[in-house]
Design a protein around this ligand. Structure first.
Ligand code: SF4
Ligand code: SF4
Length: 222
């Protein structure tokens, strides 16, 4: 899922200061699961903004709404009336959701209330970790399902950098060395011989380095 984190209330107040009638718009999918932008967070942030407005004399009038997905026009339509009535929208969707709303309502200021962080998983209660950098050309099958692009701080594709201590990453000692995990995993599934193959330099043009990416499915186009 997409993992995001809420901006601070002082940051949000600064962003919203020029406006009065503000819609705080939540998203019911990824950012709900990572506790950043769902119905509950809309309510918490709205309350905090009302308090800030009262104490700082900002005159905010805050309304609240959460739709199932901000990155999908079908669901955006359900918020159309509320968005039209607001002076500005504080979106608690990911970066894609914010931009989808802004594109659908070109004359409406739409602001990001979250910092979109990464594609990851819930590792343990309250802890989300990055698992995929969306490189556009997945090599997980070669590394026992552990991504060296994302989970190795140096993106090493042909073995460890040599800097790990015990099983810890040299760059991020709070995280395990990805190559320790890859080795152990390949050993567990009987595929250690994969490490004898030299991986050529990665083709980064499939990643964001090649510019914004588009997928076109001709079989689904009308
Ligand atoms: S190899 Fe690329 S697509 Fe596959 S998990 Fe890693 S970053 Fe994601
Ligand atoms: S210690 Fe391991 S995870 Fe960290 S940069 Fe080196 S090879 Fe990558």
């Amino acid at each position: 899922m997409i993992v995001a984190e809420r901006k601070t209330i002082p940051e949000l107040v600064d962003i919203l200061r020029p406006h009065k009638n503000i819609l705080v718009l939540g998203c019911g999918t990824c950012v709900t699961v990572c506790l950043a932008g769902g119905e509950r967070e809309v309510s918490i942030i709205s309350s905090a903004l009302r308090i800030a407005s009262r104490t700082q004399g900002l005159g905010f009038r805050i309304s609240e709404l959460t739709i199932e997905r901000q990155c999908d026009d079908i669901f955006i339509e359900q918020a159309a009336d509320a968005i039209e009535q607001a002076d500005a929208v504080l979106s608690l969707g990911c970066g894609a959701g914010v931009q989808a709303i802004a594109e659908r309502f070109p004359k409406k200021p739409v602001y990001a209330g979250l910092d979109t962080k990464f594609l990851g998983v819930l590792e343990e209660r309250g802890v989300w970790t990055e698992k995929c950098a969306q490189c556009g050309s997945c090599v997980l099958h070669k590394y026992g399902g552990i991504c060296p692009v994302t989970r190795c701080a140096k993106h090493m594709l042909n073995g460890p950098c040599g800097g790990s201590r015990e099983d810890r990453c040299e760059v991020r000692p709070d995280r395990p060395c990805a190559w320790q995990l890859i080795y152990q995993r390949l050993k567990n599934i009987g595929q250690l011989d994969r490490l004898n193959q030299i991986e050529p330099p990665k083709q980064w043009s499939a990643s964001l380095s090649g510019g914004p990416r588009v997928i076109i499915r001709e079989d689904h186009r009308i």
